[in-house]
Design a protein around this ligand. Structure first.
Ligand SMILES: [Zn+2]
Length: 179
């Protein structure tokens, strides 16, 4: 499998995997609590806070399609994973507000781009940045804002910052993107 074929597999399989996970977990998820809403309302619009569901899971598995390729390019063994408007959080991190903030930045990214474009940019961002998870622009953006939040910075509108970075991509946003 050459590089282009590999990327195509990741984009296609990754998109299907995200949709499946989202549809499996969303019905079990809960809305944000009043405390979470209060702590995050200065950073995220009501639209984002309202649409998000949280599901708590024992662990986050790597995608099954990793077995089709000869190496593990992204390590999803982490504490949180956002699949569109649904956030999976490992049970030991149920009260981790900083982690929730990070994942909500990803909800905003999905909200602006839609699932297909969001995954495409994520995988392409990985391929173009040394195949390092930490260097993916969407992750760098989420980590940088999470650090500001943790540091108690003056509140800022996450959607404005994400929107500015993705300005050139918004034309591909499909508001009727089915899940
Ligand atoms: Zn992240």
């Amino acid at each position: 499998m050459n590089e282009t074929e590999l990327l195509d597999v990741f984009i296609q399989e990754g998109t299907a995997w995200v949709r499946q996970l989202r549809n499996d977990h969303r019905p079990r998820g809960r809305p944000l609590s009043t405390d979470e809403w209060t702590a995050l309302a200065a950073y995220f619009s009501p639209h984002i806070l309202e649409k998000t569901r949280l599901d708590f899971v024992p662990r986050i598995e790597n995608p099954p399609f990793y077995q089709q390729v000869s190496f593990t390019p992204l390590d999803f063994t982490q504490w949180g994973l956002t699949v569109h408007d649904t956030v999976l959080i490992v049970e030991s991190h149920t009260s981790n507000l900083s982690l929730l903030f990070h994942e909500l930045v990803h909800v905003v990214q999905y909200d602006i781009l839609g699932i297909d474009e969001c995954i495409k940019q994520y995988v392409t961002g990985w391929a173009m940045n040394g195949k390092m998870y930490e260097q993916i622009p969407a992750e760098q953006e989420a980590r940088a804002m999470q650090a500001q939040f943790e540091g108690g910075s003056t509140p800022f509108q996450v959607v404005a910052i994400v929107g500015a970075r993705l300005k050139g991509s918004i034309k591909s946003y499909n508001a009727t993107d089915p899940c």
